[in-house]
Design a protein around this ligand. Structure first.
Ligand code: ZN
Length: 220
């Protein structure tokens, strides 16, 4: 198995494997896999000689694993009636057909789902895709199909939106649980990854503008 998929075989999504409770130890492992908070921008760059598709797939898997674990820890605090918003200015509607390309912005029927339903559904969808050998092959002899690149963008966009919801609505809970550092590290990773590979439209960054400005200021 190539390095990009290392850990995939053992990874059970929190959504599917409820009861197999995630804990701070798992978060620490994931944070360690990012190489420390100070190096994340460098850490997302493709190492020389590394296959480009495999590298981007590995980073996407990492983004997914972080969000999945964060939601395992924070999801219980998401009241059933809370909409899938990021503050008062952004609401994310749920595409009835998650598989539809560009469906997040009205390419198909959109539903107003509570975050507590939206997020597990998106995580389950992403987990199934990332485990699909036909889309993200682990054999070095098999090339990635063309559509994988578009799927990476869609997965990253949806994971980013979950971060936006968490930052706006579950920050206090994350603080209570003592996982703010992990939340920040995970977010820095997805931010730098999305920037490095130009995966997100500019408007996606908008709800987290202040967080992002702070991260960039800290980098100076
Ligand atoms: Zn929520």
């Amino acid at each position: 198995m190539p390095s990009w998929a290392f850990g995939r075989a053992n990874h059970k999504t929190a959504v599917i494997a409820r009861g197999n409770a995630a804990g701070p130890a798992q978060l620490l492992n994931l944070s360690a896999s990012l190489g420390g908070t100070g190096h994340t921008r460098e850490a997302v760059r493709r190492p020389p000689g590394e296959d480009a598709d495999s590298w981007v797939a590995s980073q996407t898997l990492l983004v997914f694993q972080h969000v999945d674990l964060l939601w395992e820890l924070l999801g219980d605090g998401c009241a059933p009636e809370l909409p899938m918003t990021a503050g008062s200015s952004a609401e994310y509607l749920f595409p009835r057909d998650l598989a539809l390309e560009a469906s997040d912005d009205g390419g198909g029927e959109l539903l107003r789902l509570p975050a507590a339903e939206y997020i597990p559904s998106v995580l389950k969808w992403a987990s199934a895709l990332l485990s699909d050998e036909a889309l993200f092959p682990t054999s070095p002899e098999t090339r990635f199909p063309k559509k994988s690149a578009q799927l990476i963008k869609t997965i990253t966009r949806r994971m980013f939106r979950i971060f936006a919801h968490i930052f706006h609505h579950h920050w206090t809970r994350a603080e209570e649980l003592g996982i703010l550092a992990h939340l920040n590290t995970s977010f820095r990773h997805v931010l730098f990854f999305a920037e490095e590979f130009e995966l997100l439209a500019a408007k996606e960054f908008e709800p987290l503008k202040e967080v992002i400005e702070q991260i960039k200021a800290d980098e100076q």
